[in-house]
Design a protein around this ligand. Structure first.
Ligand code: SAM
Length: 281
């Protein structure tokens, strides 16, 4: 088992496969569940945005979207249990990527989306994004590492006009650098944001950067299970790092699970009366 600098087990290999089967096979024993926990919160905030901004089909940017997991949950009302069963079915282990994609396209066709949403995925993994697009989970995909590069003109165009920015399991890999570049691609428009962030990662620098861009951030007064620790060694490393950062893990991470918090960031002037998108709608 390899660990990254944060103490977490390194799972990089599962993010770059041609299809989501390895991702779900590796994460199942860890009970990775934060997209499921996030689903009702994302659904609520998307509805709130749609109704208050009169935008019929909000454009949602999922940062670190991987194979389009939040999109599958929100657009097609799937569940993590359903995806674990779908991608982890031992009887279908030998199925080709094409056959799996065909089944996923059928799923997308057969489900009436509970809410009309346009999903754009941003990730460094080209293979995960391709799968999400081909399956019909994602409507558009941006393969970029905005931690190190400015978006290209094409990427800027893809990012612009975003209504909501969401993420699960990604802040930590991405920081205020990515979020600032996403916001700058919007011109004067300010999308709402909802990020589920592990408690081991401080949000202060993101909050400060967003504040400079006109946002007010709040942390929802609740904690959410993300996944179980992969081993006692991972738990010990993470607990050490949390203790060094002054985060009290007692009763939470000490009990075997990594926990996330939900940060909501919205423009100071919530009415945003100069918002050009408001005029279009
Ligand atoms: C733990 S996975 C989360 C995937 C999905 N959001 C979920 O909750 O199931 C983290 C994702 O972040 C992506 N990632 C890592 N570094 C990134 C970066 N700099 N920019 C965008 N995505 C990144 C990885 O490729 C991976 O898909």
């Amino acid at each position: 088992m390899r660990f990254d600098v944060t103490g977490k087990v390194s799972l990089d290999h599962i993010y770059h496969q041609p299809d989501p089967r390895t991702y779900f096979r590796v994460l199942r024993p860890l009970d990775y569940c934060v997209p499921q926990q996030a689903k009702p919160y994302f659904a609520k905030i998307i509805t709130e945005y749609r109704e208050s901004r009169h935008v019929a089909v909000p454009k949602v940017l999922d940062i670190g979207c991987s194979y389009g997991i939040n999109a599958a949950l929100l657009k097609y009302d799937t569940t993590m249990d359903e995806l674990y069963a779908r991608y982890g079915d031992p009887e279908r282990a030998g199925e080709s990527r094409e056959a799996l994609l065909a089944r996923d396209r059928d799923l997308a066709r057969s489900r009436q989306p509970p809410q009309a949403i346009r999903f754009v995925g941003l990730d460094t993994s080209g293979s995960a994004l391709s799968y999400g697009l081909e399956a019909g989970f994602l409507d558009d995909a941006v393969q970029a590492d905005l931690e190190v590069h400015e978006p290209t003109p094409r990427q800027r165009a893809q990012l612009s006009g975003t209504d909501l920015v969401i993420s699960t399991g990604c802040v930590g890999y991405v920081t205020e650098r990515t979020l600032t570049r996403v916001v700058r691609a919007q011109g004067i428009h300010r999308p709402w944001m909802a990020h589920f962030v592990l408690r081991m990662f401080p949000f202060d620098s993101v909050e400060r950067a967003l504040s400079r861009l006109g946002y007010r951030s709040i942390c929802v007064d609740e904690v959410f299970r993300q996944r179980r620790f992969a081993s006692p060694q991972e738990q010990a490393l993470v607990l050490d790092n949390m203790s060094a950062a002054g985060v009290d893990a007692q009763g939470l991470e000490t009990e075997g699970w990594l926990y996330a918090q939900l940060y909501l960031s919205r423009p100071h002037d919530i009415t945003d009366s100069n918002d050009p998108k408001r005029e279009q709608s």
